[in-house]
Write a protein that binds this ligand. Sequence first.
Ligand code: HSE
Length: 369
Amino acid sequence: MQASIGIGILGCGVVGGGVAQRLLIGEPRVHGIAHTLHAIAVRSLTSVRADGIPRSLLIDSANALLADRRIDLIVETMGGTTLAAEFVERALERGAHVVTANKALIGSQGPRLHALAARRGVSLRYEAAVGGALPIVRTIDAALAGDPIASFVGVLNGTCNAILGAMEQGGSFDEALADAQRAGFAEAEPSEDIDGLDTAHKLAILVQRAFGAAAITPRLRYRGIRGIDGEALRRYSKRGYRMKLLAVARRDAEGIAAEVAPALVPRDHPLGALEGAQNGILIHARDAGELYLRGVGAGRTATSSAILGDIADVLRSIVARTQRNDLVDEFTPILDIRSIFPDTLAIWNDGFLTSPATQLDAAHSSSAR
Ligand code: HSE
């Protein structure tokens, strides 16, 4: 019988603590596979809030966790790209499997870390990094593994979607942001949400997975929703449009185009109907046609759900003693990623046609005449 598979967690914040609680009650239940949480590395033993987690599991040394040979699988929930990158790299280097929710890390260093994981014959999984509980990475990697993806468009930042929705109803930007912070959706540095960087990390990850291309966040053009005017949102709304922060990518004969930008979307479009912190993504694959995933894109339980799914997958692959080979581990270098949106506010129609939103006002005034 397979010995219990050892797990360690780096970080015990909102997400790390939630994952630890699940592991301690025996989840994920993967038939016949035992697992044991051996340690949780935290920055300070005195300041950590660890409801329901035995203090004996907490250690204040990531080095000790990385050196613990009982641990086969390391879950990284620290965030950031400096220490997290060093620890993930060392974990992979020493032959541990890694599950992470760290979009900044994978967005900016995914291709390099995948190459390392492939060399060491271990898994690197990050379903939680994009779209919270939405199984978008697995949909691309597994379900659509035999079907080339032509394009996708998504709303991938719950904080921005909630702010835009609240302002459309007459709320203020600052109040809506404060609500998102209280709900635990916003980043510790909320400018990453507001200015589009968070969405750009997620777009980079999806371009890596969907197109097998070595796209990293600094190569992408992105804009956010700072300075958006509530009056204008209400005017668009009266005409049947809602502003959404879109992450868009497509692959064609000319290469790859990808960008994050705010755009106007018809209210009855699947992305136009998203409320609050919901995320949604439409994928166009050659044979499957259009697929749509929608759900909770942020927060403790949604993120834990995705991490637990990845842990289950890794447990299965360890027991099967085969390296998962359904992931893209060799990325194609890319010379150029073209941008998509004009500099002015665009309208998102199905497909990739955009037209300046100023035409909306012109069209409305001529039809009103
Ligand atoms: N700040 C992110 C959001 C969290 O608002 O969507 C989930 O990645």
